[in-house]
Design a binder for this molecule. Structure first.
Ligand code: SF4
Length: 346
């Protein structure tokens, strides 16, 4: 059977890949050719076709974090980026439904910033070791222990934790927010939680005394100085780029440290011949498809929570309108105020 536009043909392994599915998804495959192979496409196209049709029927947009797999990131998303960029972008789109391909705190952030929209997460079990490391009660205890010191909270936290905070921050603007909050409170100290490595990396760059909390990202905490040095030895021309959730000795050894957006901007502007992203693995795959002139050395770890989101779950989510994210209105209002405090600074 001939399929249109040079599409791969059906295989016995992918019986749902019909000529009609191939025709309807031809434009997606064309755009994703750097990310998805001809061999993979027949196994993905039926789910992608179903998602595209359900999106139109539901008037839905799909937000995909930089750590999502290639099929989600390149084939079904409307907006890609880090969690805050996704949520902010979603406030500007005309849609009734937002489906978040990311982890639970990201879906909560999308709901906080888009209270009138229906926000869905395809798998409510997609959590985050960092977000789960701290509770609202922990923040209240820290405030009682350190009165008069502003609390700056990383966006990788629950709505309840954000609600207890004076300002949020991202890994890209943490230093700026900490310095602005400490200046406005008239004290040379700030509480920066919950990621102890992000806090230590910021502390190395600022005059503000940082009080932190022992939270960690289970993906970034696994990178070691020894690993980075071995990569450097094996790939001497590669630009080594580390996420600030990595241990400080890893960040110091890197050529550049930045948020996921900062990493993408580095590749876009510096155009290194070879690069190593010390972060979640899917980020390298997604950037490799966008910047084929850079060779990405894969020295990375997968986030098991991000990997819980699959095409099949996205399709089910749109079909059943599950799993809807809801937040207590008072918590949402207070969490929104801490996000707004950040936005007023940056
Ligand atoms: S990569 Fe780390 S911070 Fe991001 S979702 Fe996974 S566990 Fe959480």
């Amino acid at each position: 059977m001939m399929y249109p536009d040079g599409m791969p043909t059906a295989t016995q392994d992918a019986p749902d890949y019909t000529a009609e599915v191939a025709r309807r998804t031809a434009h997606v495959f064309k755009n994703a050719r750097n990310a998805i192979t001809e061999q993979e496409w027949p196994h993905l196209a039926a789910d992608i076709d179903s998602i595209l049709r359900l999106k139109a029927a539901r008037n839905a947009v799909v937000l995909a974090h930089n750590y999502q797999t290639r099929d989600i990131y390149h084939c079904i998303s409307d907006i890609t980026g880090d969690s805050l960029a996704l949520a902010r972008a979603a406030t500007e789109v005309e849609a009734d439904v937002i489906i978040v391909c990311g982890v639970h705190f990201m879906a909560e952030t999308a709901k906080i910033l888009n209270p009138e929209k229906t926000v869905l997460i395809p798998d409510p079990e997609a959590g985050c070791s960092l977000a789960e490391s701290i509770t609202a009660a922990d923040v209240r205890a820290l405030k009682a222990q350190h009165p008069g010191i502003p609390v700056v909270t990383y966006v990788n936290t629950s709505a309840a934790v954000k609600a207890e905070s004076d300002a949020c921050c991202t890994s890209a603007n943490a230093q700026k927010v900490v310095e602005a909050m400490s200046a406005s409170w008239g004290i040379d100290k700030a509480i920066l939680i919950p990621d102890e490595f992000l806090a230590k990396n910021v502390a190395a760059e600022t005059h503000v005394e940082i009080i932190t909390f022992p939270g960690r990202c289970e993906v970034h905490e696994r990178f070691t100085l020894d690993q980075v040095r071995r990569v450097r030895q094996a790939h001497p021309i590669a630009a080594i780029i580390a996420h600030p959730e990595c241990p400080p000795e890893v960040v110091s050894e890197a050529d550049f440290s930045g948020s996921t957006q900062g990493m993408a901007d580095y590749i876009k502007t510096k155009k290194p011949e070879e690069a190593v992203l010390i972060t979640e693995c899917s980020m390298s795959s997604n950037l490799a498809a966008e910047y084929p002139d850079t060779n990405f050395v894969r020295s990375c770890h997968l986030c098991p929570h991000m990997q819980k989101i699959t095409l099949e779950k996205v399709s089910n989510s749109l079909l059943t309108m599950g799993h809807e994210v809801t937040i207590d209105p008072d918590i949402a209002d207070r969490a929104r105020a801490s996000i707004q405090a950040m936005l007023d600074i940056v």
